[in-house]
Design a protein around this ligand. Structure first.
Ligand SMILES: Cc1ncc(C[n+]2csc(CCOP(=O)(O)OP(=O)(O)O)c2C)c(N)n1
Ligand SMILES: [Mg+2]
Length: 438
């Protein structure tokens, strides 16, 4: 671009005449469709090499952990180092069972969308550990403020599959009465806050809930999950400020799966520093963890939970992982990223890594894995059939139309009452024969 012409007498501009033109950096992902992929530039430290500071340490003592990568499971499929949470085989098998279940669930729901049973679905393939292993390190009544990719937590907390599917189908069994986009679950009984499509709003809400818990002298902490792309939202930074100022008992989980739909993590600042390192500027403890290492994720979350529960304050955990599939059923990643990325991802697959660990311990084998996968697929199938009795997309078996005016106000204000009557009247004119579900 041409430089601004220097006007006579503009001494300041004249003095800069020999300086280079200013330029902007616009991030560009390393690999586009068809490009060969090589992740050799990623620094992947050996498992077990990271120090584990005291849970009550000062936030700044976590500085090395913000640039390192906490890893426990080595290439030998064994657990190493001070972060090994030393879980017993039964707990590891339970974790593997939740992994298998969420994978079976994702698989069937994705197919259901392709079959027209729902309008929308989102998988969490490759990111199972970041939700399930983390949630297992929390108390079952600690409050979860999720994004849309933490279905694993509902499964881990025992939320009925059929209720999840009813919500996905927006049918007459949907506890949210069709008022939320499919997959945006909510369950007070499972301490699982309503998922919002407005990115990052859950982060200040989690901090606020944690502050309220402290004000009440409660012992429950809050944990929130947010994508790396969403950390570019102002809400995330307000959340960090409040969490730091009030030393709130909260865990901020940033799931860095490298992509935000078709935008790569560089657009949220990944080229400049790690997401974990952002914690330091706020005075929050930070940990960068191998998000595909279920033991490391568990250990990091447990460290942060112990810290928060003992009034040590908030922790930001960056889960370094990879979104193995499309963003949602509405996305086609082959249009913007190299298909090789998934194969070349150097941290492997969390399900395979946990399975191989159990096998290495002599506590599991391939036959048991195959039987478990089959049993999960069967359980999801049965739940799907049961939910289908309540209706699928387009079958009209949804909550009656008039109910959309209910449940917000104890008494419907006059203007909404008018609107509701008008809407029902118009519907009767449009469908004189009546429509199921009206
Ligand atoms: C405030 C806001 N902006 C944009 C969107 C559209 N949107 C939905 S998901 C998404 C990508 C988010 O990526 P990331 O935070 O990395 O989470 P991921 O999908 O990778 O889990 C975008 C831009 C939205 N829902 N809300
Ligand atoms: Mg992302």
């Amino acid at each position: 671009m041409a430089k601004r012409p220097i006007e006579a007498g503009d001494q300041a501009a004249d003095n800069r005449a020999n300086q280079p033109s200013l330029t902007l950096h616009v991030p560009e992902p390393t690999y586009r469709p068809g490009d060969p992929v090589d992740f050799a530039h990623l620094e992947i430290p050996d498992a077990g090499n990271q120090a584990r500071p005291d849970e009550q340490c000062e936030a700044k003592e976590t500085l090395p952990l913000c640039y390192d990568l906490v890893r426990v499971l080595g290439d030998d499929n064994k657990a190493h180092g001070p972060w090994d949470p030393k879980l017993d085989p039964e707990t590891l098998r339970t974790m593997l069972g939740h992994f298998a279940m969420v994978r079976a669930f994702d698989e069937r729901m994705f197919r259901g969308q392709r079959q027209g049973k729902t309008s929308f679905y989102m998988k969490c393939t490759g990111e199972e550990a970041t939700s399930i292993s983390a949630a297992m390190a929390l108390a079952s009544d600690d409050m979860i403020f999720p994004s849309y990719r933490q279905q694993g937590i509902l499964i881990q907390r025992g939320y009925p599959l059929v209720d999840m599917i009813n919500q996905i189908y927006s049918n007459k069994g949907d506890k949210l009465k069709g008022r939320q986009l499919p997959i945006m679950y909510s369950s007070r009984e499972h301490s699982f806050f309503s998922i919002s499509g407005n990115l990052a709003t859950q982060t200040p809400q989690a901090v606020g809930w944690a502050m309220a818990s402290a004000i009440k002298g409660d012992t429950r902490i809050a944990a929130t999950w947010v994508g790396e792309g969403s950390t570019a939202e102002g809400d995330f930074h307000s959340a960090c400020t409040f969490a730091a100022v009030y030393n709130a008992p909260v865990i901020l989980n940033v799931v860095n799966n490298q992509w935000a739909i078709s935008s790569f993590s560089g657009f949220a600042g990944a080229e400049r520093t790690t997401f974990a390192a952002r914690a330091l500027g706020y005075g929050i403890a930070g940990i960068r963890v191998d998000g595909n290492d279920p033991l490391a994720v568990y250990a990091a979350e447990q460290w942060a939970a112990n810290r928060a529960r003992a009034n040590g304050g908030p922790t930001l955990i960056e889960h370094f992982t990879y979104r193995a599939e499309g963003h949602s059923t509405s996305d086609d990643p082959s249009g913007y990223r190299s298909a090789q990325e998934r194969e070349e991802w150097p941290l492997g697959d969390p399900v395979t890594r946990l399975k191989n660990h159990l096998i290495a311990l002599g506590e599991w084998d391939e036959d048991r894995q195959a039987a478990m996968d089959l049993a999960c697929a069967e359980e999801v199938k049965v739940a799907t059939k049961q939910a289908e009795q309540n209706g699928i997309l387009g079958h009209g078996l949804h909550h009656p139309f008039r109910t959309m005016f209910e449940d917000v106000f104890e008494e419907l204000p006059w203007h909404l009452k008018e609107q509701s009557e008008q809407a029902i009247r118009e519907r009767e004119t449009k469908f004189p024969e009546g429509r199921p579900g009206t």
